[in-house]
Design a protein around this ligand. Structure first.
Ligand code: ZN
Ligand code: ZN
Ligand code: ZN
Length: 133
């Protein structure tokens, strides 16, 4: 098992103590989370430090960012097995607002017109989750 320090360094991130603590807190989370969630999990950590760490992790492809229309920026831990870092499908429950990672479901590829080069894709399905049925 590689250490948190090594994991961050491998992704081009200098492993400061704040970043290590934040990463430890979120690394095992299997659903999407918001800045507010992390703030709640780490009551002793300053909100802007958490925010900066999440931004940095996103820039360095350790996290995916999801805009599910709820008005809260959500994140999930990148577990991409290929280097392309294309996001998986997310499912937002219209009842409870939870956004689930459907990690086994890849975003369908689209043939883009000549000259358009895809960098990122977001695919969100909305409906009712099993817990709310
Ligand atoms: Zn990824
Ligand atoms: Zn629900
Ligand atoms: Zn996800």
């Amino acid at each position: 098992m590689e250490s948190v320090e090594e994991h961050l360094q491998e992704h081009g991130i200098k492993p400061t103590s704040v970043r290590i603590l934040v990463w430890r807190e979120i690394a095992e989370v299997s659903e999407t989370f918001t800045l507010n969630d992390v703030e709640r999990w780490m009551p002793n950590m300053d909100r802007s430090s958490i925010f900066r760490a999440l931004r940095l992790f996103t820039e360095h492809h350790l996290l995916h960012e999801i805009d599910d229309g709820t008005g809260h920026q959500k994140y999930c831990v990148c577990r991409c097995t290929d280097s392309q870092h294309l996001n998986h499908i997310h499912f937002t429950c219209l009842n409870c607002g939870q956004t689930y990672c459907l990690e086994d479901y890849n975003i369908p590829m689209v043939d883009l017109p000549e000259g358009f080069d895809m960098q990122e894709a977001e695919y969100i399905i909305k409906g009712v989750c099993p817990r709310c049925r």
